[in-house]
Design a protein around this ligand. Structure first.
Ligand SMILES: Nc1ncnc2c1ncn2[C@@H]1O[C@H](COP(=O)(O)OP(=O)(O)OP(=O)(O)O)[C@@H](O)[C@H]1O
Ligand SMILES: [Mg+2]
Length: 191
């Protein structure tokens, strides 16, 4: 049977992810949020520290099951989302490039992986402001996990005060990972 991480088209390295593998320093905070996933869980840390792995673990151990309760669950990798939107907006296309972003606004459970990894443009800033505004207004009824390498100040500088304010006011659980790149780990990484 496929794992949820595979169903959500995450790469192979994440298919077996499980919350039981999460470092004990952050595990209790994460597990408490997952039990009661209100507003935004914000995951911050250097490249390779395990943010995407943790999202895959939440999909595998918890959010995957929400789909059986008629809830919509979305995982999106920022760069891929903007590529899709750009393709939909391409010459000769009749599709609404914002349709995909609207789907994300409305998801009951949404994961945004690598927020801020695309080179920001006015268009990208507008898309984020729309998504964050919509999710803010639905408050507790929509759960969001965001991962990013950016500090709060960088979010503010790059995406503007309106988006930063909407994210940070609801990021009631913020988890800072250790400054350790697992990809460079001689045992865990480089497999
Ligand atoms: N708790 C864990 N147990 C086992 N493997 C892990 C764990 N956390 C991360 N890994 C592995 O370490 C590698 C790096 O993790 P991951 O891709 O989640 O980092 P990241 O923080 O998302 O990095 P980036 O910011 O570059 O996207 C991956 O191969 C992942 O499978
Ligand atoms: Mg990642």
């Amino acid at each position: 049977m496929k794992s949820q991480a595979e169903e959500f088209k995450l790469p192979y390295a994440y298919w077996g992810a499980s919350l039981s593998h999460i470092d004990s320093k952050i595990a209790s905070e994460i597990i408490n949020w997952v039990k009661n996933p209100i507003n935004i869980l914000f995951l911050r840390g250097v490249p390779g520290c395990g943010k995407t792995y943790l999202m895959a673990a939440i999909l595998n151990d918890s959010w995957g099951k929400k789909r059986n309760e008629n809830k919509t669950v979305r995982y999106m990798y920022e760069k891929r989302m903007f590529n899709k939107i750009r393709m939909k907006a391409g010459p000769g296309s009749f599709e609404d490039p914002m349709g995909y972003a609207m789907d994300l606004c409305e998801a009951d459970y949404l994961m945004i992986d690598d927020f801020g990894s695309s080179k920001e443009t006015d268009f990208i800033r507008d898309v984020w402001e729309m998504i964050m505004d919509e999710r803010l207004n639905w408050g507790k009824r929509r759960s969001t996990v965001i991962s990013s390498n950016l500090s709060n100040e960088e979010i503010n500088e790059r995406f503007g005060g309106r988006t930063a304010s909407r994210i940070l006011c609801k990021a009631n659980t913020q988890v800072l990972f250790d400054n350790y790149d697992r990809r460079l780990d001689p045992v865990m990484g480089r497999k």
